[in-house]
Every structure is written in C-alpha cells, then in structure tokens.
Design a protein around this ligand. Structure first.
Ligand SMILES: Nc1ncnc2c1ncn2[C@@H]1O[C@H](COP(=O)(O)OP(=O)(O)O)[C@@H](O)[C@H]1O
Ligand SMILES: [Mg+2]
Length: 219
C-alpha cells in the first residue's frame, strides 16, 4: 500500500541542518498492524508525517498504491489524505467549545460531506461514547478524549490510521483500552501504524519497526 525508498528528511533550524531521516526503506501492506519504536528524536514523528502525506521527504521515493507521490497533483494528495488516512495524536486536539458529536463531524466540514447522524452515532458507539455525545471535551477523561479523536479519525472511512503516541498521555488502564480499540479497528480491516514508547503494547503489534538516528534498525 505504501512504499518508502531511500527516504531522507532534513529540517533547517537557524543555520543548522537537522537530518531527521537518513535513508529509510519501508513497505507497508494493507491490513498490517505496525508499531514504530525508538528514542526521542529518532525520527518517528517525521516518518509518520511523511507516510501520512502531511509532510514531504527531502529526498527519496514514496509510492502509494504503486504511484509515486511526487507525480501526484496536490489536489490528488488532498483527496488521499481525506479519504484514505486518519490521524490520531498524543494531545487529542479536540475543539473545546464543541460537543463530542460535533468534534467527530469536523473532518466532514473539510471534505464538504453531509453529516450522517446515524453514522456518527454508530462511530460513537464503536468507541463506547454514545451516551456522551452532547458533552464537551472538558467533561471527559483523557482516555475518553482519545476515543473521540479516534472516532473523528474514522469519520471519512479511512484505510489506514496513523497514531503518534496515542497512549502517551494516558495511564496504563486507559492505554490498554485505546490499544484494544485500535486492535478492533484492525480486526475490521484497517491498517494501523502506531508510534509508541510502551514496549508492552509494541510487542503486541504484528511488526515492530525500530528507528535510531533517522534509520530503521530492524523490523
Ligand atoms: N520542524 C522541525 N524543525 C527542525 N527540526 C525538527 C523539526 N521537527 C523535528 N525536528 C528534529 O528532527 C529530529 C527527529 O524528530 P521527530 O521526528 O519529531 O522524532 P521523534 O518523533 O522520534 O521524537 C529531531 O532531532 C527533531 O529535533
Ligand atoms: Mg515524536
């Protein structure tokens, strides 16, 4: 589904160049459950953003469904991001003034799709929050907020979920629950790529990718 060949990424910080990725080759098949691990600063977030088309590499070739991303027009990339990819972040990024229900519908605004109330309700049911749909995020626990973020990531029926330390702000009990939820999405056929510092959770993925100094150590 996604291939990286010789991917490098440099950032410029003042006069200094930061080599965040220094030659990454990776192939992700549809339906995989992958954990990405590695020390802080090893390039995990950078790699996830490139895989999710949120950022572009400095060098190297990335293919989605066999097509080189560089050759795709921006409009097609936007479409891929909206229709194929869901993102989940450590910090949840819910909008405080909106209800749980409205937070989940947010991506539909950007893709100019109609809000199907039945569908939103079934997503909220899937994440176990049907009874909280009228609540504001500040009435929820961290684990519940992450469930809302996962429902939001699912609203455009993505093929793949990229989750960047989704349990990084959660206690172990809530981390387990979020991991189980991602597992249940995987069981429905989604591809899951999750960055984590939690070795126990990483060990339960189908494949572990270890990054160090911008390179993959082993798979
Ligand atoms: N926008 C940026 N500008 C400059 N340097 C960055 C930027 N984003 C990340 N970096 C640097 O790139 C390296 C990899 O960062 P990152 O991908 O966030 O690692 P990780 O997620 O594994 O902690 C780090 O040295 C980080 O400081
Ligand atoms: Mg990171």
């Amino acid at each position: 589904m996604i291939e990286l060949h010789g991917i490098e990424k440099e950032y410029t910080r003042g006069s200094e160049k930061v080599h965040a990725l220094t030659g990454v080759d990776l192939s992700i098949e549809s339906g995989e459950f992958i954990a990405i691990v590695g020390p802080s600063g090893s390039g995990k977030t950078t790699m996830l953003h490139i895989l999710g088309c949120l950022d572009q590499p400095s060098r190297g070739v990335m293919k989605i469904d066999g097509i080189e991303v560089e050759n795709l027009p921006e409009s097609k990339l936007v479409q891929i991001r909206r229709e194929k990819i869901g993102f989940v972040f450590q910090q949840f990024y819910l909008i405080p003034g909106l209800t749980v229900f409205d937070n989940v519908t947010l991506p539909l605004l950007f893709s100019r799709k109609e809000i199907d109330k039945g569908k939103i309700n079934s997503l909220l049911e899937l994440v176990g929050l049907a009874s909280r749909q009228g609540h504001n995020p500040n009435q929820l626990s961290g684990g519940e907020m992450q469930r809302v973020a996962i429902a939001r990531a699912m609203v455009n029926d993505p093929e793949v979920i990229f989750a960047d330390e989704p349990t990084g702000n959660l206690d172990s009990e809530n981390s387990e629950k979020i991991f189980d939820l991602l597992k249940s999405l995987h069981a429905r056929g989604l591809t899951i790529v999750m960055v984590t510092h939690n070795n126990d959770l990483a060990g339960r993925a189908e494949r572990i990718i270890s990054l160090k100094d911008g390179k993959i150590l082993n798979q």
